[in-house]
Design a protein around this ligand. Sequence first.
Ligand code: FES
Ligand SMILES: [Fe+2]
Length: 407
Amino acid sequence: MQAAQRYQHVLTQHLAKPLEHAVSLPALFYTDPGIFAHELAVLDERHWRVAAASGQVGRPGDVLPVTLSGMPLVVTRDRDGTLDCFHNICKHRGVPLVSEMASDVNSIRCPYHAWRYGLNGSLERASHFNGIHDHRVDESRRACLELDRVRSACWNGLVCVNPGGGAAPLADTLAALDTRWHDYDFSQLHYGGALHYRVHGNWKLVVENFLDSYHNPFVHPALNKASLWNEHYPVVGDHFCGVGTYVYDAATAGHGGLPTFAGLSPQRARGAEYLLASPTLMLGLHADYLFVLTVDPVDVQTTDEHVYFFFVGEPSGDASDPLEAIRMRVRANWDRINREDIPMIEGMQACRRSPGYRPGPFSPFHEGPLHAFQLSLARRMAPEPDVPASRAVRHDAFRFHPISVEA
Ligand code: FES
Ligand SMILES: [Fe+2]
């Protein structure tokens, strides 16, 4: 059976049922390379994925290599401040052009035969191509020797890419989230560092773990003091799902005292929300900071997890600033929480390779968002009979199909 048909089958047999009767995805969806390849093709074609924080390429002349599911990309900020993204592949013999972050550069020089490209992807010089010191190329070939641009767009400090080009505009994809969080002024945020993890587990397990606060008292006892699980509420909507908490006590979490968004209601000022806004994009919004967690599927059982932090207020640039010490504690806090999660994720992956594994039920109380994710993923990965096959990977937006009322 093809991967899309498998998703269709599991959708009707396991997932498209009331929460109490639904059963989670079978092991094959976490272990089969064919299903993984299908998922990756759909993600590349239809979805926006985070490549970097724009603060990582904050100054003109910054050049940042990134890898997205094995695809070498390079994010550039040219001398006019314009961000762009290209395949990080030389148009001559195809070696990676940029291997590490560079600043204050005017051009990109290939390490192999020294061809030179502008930060807008243009070929500036095919070094010694027609003889020693003769850098000319046939002008009729110049256009096809420019770097291949990757569709990119920015949203609140994130550089997002859609390599296949078939996704709806990024702003449309995230419009519902903008509406839900309209009372937070994201222009008050600045980029505040990143964390990275290589997780030996399928990418969906990382997403599912993010949506699962059922485990908090058992895996994250300290987090459960700052954000009690009986203060949580599920969020299951058309365009996002996740968990909210009516109370997130920053002082108890060990990082009180940071500036908060201006103009928040008392309820917003006390709480926090953790939402999945596209299949690989998760956000945790607090009164004083936002973190963005993205998953980059590497292979069927390996995932790169990136966490970007954005803090309210001005960056101090001074390590002795007391606010910087508090921000460091925020990062350390989430680093500890992520490290507490990883053994659970890797354990779930190991068990899915055993013939003894059977898919389990969803907790009607805790796991509505997790079910919503699997249901929506199956719908987008299954074939669409009313759409021609070649366009079957087009969607207008990331849509969750509600199974309960949005909180
Ligand atoms: S491979 Fe880049 S110049 Fe030859
Ligand atoms: Fe967790």
